[in-house]
Design a protein around this ligand. Structure first.
Ligand SMILES: Nc1ncnc2c1ncn2[C@@H]1O[C@H](COP(=O)(O)OP(=O)(O)OP(=O)(O)O)[C@@H](O)[C@H]1O
Ligand SMILES: O=C(O)[C@@H](O)C(=O)CO
Length: 424
């Protein structure tokens, strides 16, 4: 029986399902824990992911939580670790990515790690240390206007340097193109120069295969989810993982479904419009009305729905409406109001028999999983790159839960999700 081989720590919930989903492409069992478990490890998987909510937390808090996660994962048997942050490197000059990496390096007694947020299947690529979102440099992409972590520079070395105490360097695409030995030689050169933090270019999945192969024995790798994807096959080839290691389970889940959308990204707006156009029952939450009437009206609407028709409850709105609501009610207040309402809808839907719950938005996913009191998710079939179905238990009921990052999935995501579970 194989113990835990790789321990991953993610700085948000949808980021955690993202890396868990890509690791699960291997067919191996991947478990995701919501927060650092109170209990010592038991029923562990070859790949364990701990989801934190530390992306915008104060540095000291993020470090403390991440170190606690590391200890739990070490106790689960892991000897290799992955620090997962956003593929758009979401952070601020006094943000957490660098300080957390340095804290993990200290705890693991290692003097070097890599930074590779590339996710080519979702349009994130790195060339000469510059991060692109589709064809746009990061700082010209919609990420420049992110409400919490506006990204105003596209150069990963410049973004990382103010966050760390040790030198930052680059292993560029020309080296990656030469293969595994060239990447390892470049890392060794950086190490002898005292460069602890190495940004590594990747523009395609083939580059990520090379980078993962070159770095697979590092105690700590950091990046987006995609550079972790080749690791299961590499560990299998190295004999670290046996072919009889636990595989993904498949459960037969009742068809009653609820779709909850609190993301206001351009992609989620398109997904909501496309779902409504199919004729699915839908109820829009208006923040101003909610402050006056509370959640009862939407709960009443939900109680009348046939859950086999997979109704949608959404607060998703265009940027102008979001700004107007924020100006009237306050950014944090309106966010919390909607998150709490959608979380209450998730609980009510579960109590009414919904066993398939689809959620759009990272913060929204956090609120929903917390309200459902979900502690552990087992990763199941992939819906879209970085968005898997997961299985969990909530109040004794076996639930299939899909947590979608705001920007991920195609326009037909909500339909795709339902169809994928049928095929699984
Ligand atoms: N109509 C609205 N007006 C104002 N705020 C809203 C509205 N609808 C949703 N919100 C809030 O916007 C925030 C959206 O964040 P969330 O993390 O859920 O989505 P996202 O940022 O698109 O996803 P991700 O973090 O995965 O990229 C939530 O706090 C939500 O409550
Ligand atoms: O890496 C990404 O883009 C996502 O997994 C994410 O972190 C969403 O918040």
């Amino acid at each position: 029986m194989t113990g835990t081989i790789l321990g991953c720590i993610a700085d948000d919930f949808t980021g955690a399902t993202d890396i868990a989903g890509l690791l699960a492409r291997s067919g191996m069992r991947v478990s995701l824990r919501i927060g650092v478990p109170d209990q010592p490890p038991s029923d562990t998987s070859p790949f364990e992911v701990i989801a934190l909510k530390s992306r915008t937390a104060p540095v000291a808090e993020a470090i403390a939580e991440t170190r606690a996660a590391l200890t739990w994962l070490k106790n689960a048997g892991a000897a290799r670790f992955f620090w997962k942050y956003c593929s758009t490197f979401d952070s601020t000059p006094d943000g957490n990515i660098g300080p957390v990496a340095e804290a993990l390096m200290r705890d693991l007694g290692t003097d070097q790690t890599i930074y590779c947020p590339a996710f080519p299947e979702n349009g994130r690529s790195i060339f000469m240390g510059n991060l692109f979102v589709g064809q746009q440099p990061l700082a010209e992409s919609p990420m420049k206007d992110h409400p919490l972590t506006p990204m105003r520079d596209s150069n990963l070395m410049r973004l990382l340097a103010p966050q760390v105490t040790k030198p930052v360097g680059l292993t560029n695409r020309l080296t990656v193109a030469k293969g595994v030995d060239a990447v390892q030689a470049s890392l060794a050169q950086h190490r002898s120069d005292g460069t602890a933090h190495v940004v590594v270019d990747a523009v395609a999945n083939a580059d990520l295969e090379t980078v993962a192969a070159a770095c697979r024995d590092m105690p700590l790798m950091t990046g987006g989810s995609a550079v972790a994807m080749p690791l299961p096959a590499l560990y299998l080839a190295d004999g670290l993982l046996s072919a009889d290691a636990p595989k993904q389970a498949v459960h037969d889940i009742d068809q009653k479904t609820i779709v909850l959308s609190g993301s206001c990204s351009a992609m989620t707006n398109a997904q909501v419009a496309s779902y409504i156009a199919t004729g699915a029952p839908a109820c829009q939450l208006d923040p101003l009305t909610l402050t006056q009437t509370g959640p009862q009206a939407v709960l009443d609407w939900l109680a009348k729905q046939d859950l086999t028709e997979a109704p949608l409850i959404y607060a998703t709105a265009d940027p102008a409406s979001v700004k107007a609501a924020q100006a009237k009610l306050g950014v944090a207040e309106v966010g919390a109001l909607i998150e709490q309402t959608l979380a209450a809808c998730a609980v009510a839907a579960r109590d009414a028999g919904a066993r398939r719950i689809i959620v759009a938005g990272g913060e929204t996913s956090g609120a929903v999983t917390t309200a459902l009191k979900v502690a552990q998710l087992d990763i199941a079939t992939e819906i879209a790159p970085g968005v898997p179905w997961t299985y969990c238990v909530s109040d004794g009921a076996q639930i299939a839960l899909a947590l979608k990052s705001g920007n991920f999935g195609s326009e037909t995501f909500f339909m795709d999700a339902q169809a994928k579970l049928e095929r699984a």
